[in-house]
Design a protein around this ligand. Structure first.
Ligand code: MN
Length: 289
């Protein structure tokens, strides 16, 4: 099925590709992230197409292409492989890929593809959870282990917004060289957090993975595992503004869980994509590379 971002035809010279990934196989608490890609696309025409802050119109200035929504394999290996293929296809066609999840596990597939093209790949991770378990409920590969799996690919990682973590994960993280910024640090000193972020993104090719539960549930209640005390809207925008000026090579936005009759989290996800695209348009124009 083809449903496009903003409800508009694909831009003939699109720079940004939206890739719907209706992948949900291992969620453990509230289910429904499989529906998110379609629901995010469905609410996206309600966005204003002009961005007052950058005075850009991303659809005109950089342009969007939306991949068709497809059925995903019902096994983890198959689904991750499909994510990898789609990401690689987007890279080859010169798009800046934005993957629309789906559960967080999909990030592993995207990262595997990107790693082949960018030897200096680094992961900027926003989440309430560190997802750093070695295994979870007997499964090696799932939403609670995905960052651990990426870490095992020897990629530098900065995780931001963490506020629900097991003692084992905490100790494992201390032993490893993953960098963690807890949500309370964002609350205590946002300036210091921005500085650490800037230091991290200064070098390398940056992949941004945004679990919607990184945001405060007052903004984003439609997630599988809501946790109080998350990032606020203007904090996120300050961060995205900086990331858009770094060498950023792709992004995903995962773990949205549509609540019937209450589409604000889907709308927020669409708005995040739009704002980030506005910053890309403003800072990089038609030359995203
Ligand atoms: Mn999470």
């Amino acid at each position: 099925m083809k449903i496009s971002f903003l409800g508009l035809p694909d831009h003939p010279k699109a720079q940004v590709a939206l890739i719907p990934i209706p992948f949900e196989l291992t969620t453990t608490w509230l289910k429904g992230t499989k529906e998110a890609p379609l629901e995010i696309l469905k609410v996206s025409p309600n966005l204003e197409f002009f961005d007052e802050e950058t005075k850009t119109s991303p659809q005109e200035d950089i342009g969007f292409f939306t991949y068709p929504l497809e059925e995903f394999p019902l096994n983890i290996k198959g689904a991750l492989k499909r994510v990898e293929e789609l990401t690689e296809d987007a890279i080859k066609r010169g798009f800046f890929p934005i993957l629309l999840g789906g559960e967080h596990t999909l990030t592993f597939g995207a990262v595997k593809a990107l790693k082949r093209y960018y030897s200096d790949l680094k992961i900027l991770h926003f989440d309430a959870h560190l997802d750093f378990r070695k295994d979870y409920l007997g499964e090696e590969f799932n939403h609670a282990t995905v960052i651990r799996k990426i870490y095992e690919l020897s990629l530098p990682i900065l995780s931001v917004g963490i506020r629900a973590i097991s003692k084992e994960e905490f100790e494992e993280a201390e032993k490893s060289n993953i960098q963690v910024i807890f949500a309370f640090e964002v609350f205590n000193s946002f300036e210091r957090v921005l500085k650490r972020l800037e230091d991290f993104i200064e070098e390398g090719s940056i992949y941004l993975t945004l679990d919607m539960d990184a945001l405060d549930p007052s903004l984003a209640p439609g997630v599988g595992t809501p946790e109080p005390g998350g990032l606020l809207w203007y904090q996120l925008l300050e961060i995205l503004k900086r990331v858009s000026q770094a060498k950023v090579v792709g992004m995903d936005i995962v773990e949205t869980r549509p609540i019937p009759g209450y589409p604000f989290t889907e709308f927020l996800a669409a708005k995040i994509i739009y704002k980030f695209s506005a910053y890309l348009a403003y800072y990089k124009g038609r030359n995203l590379k």
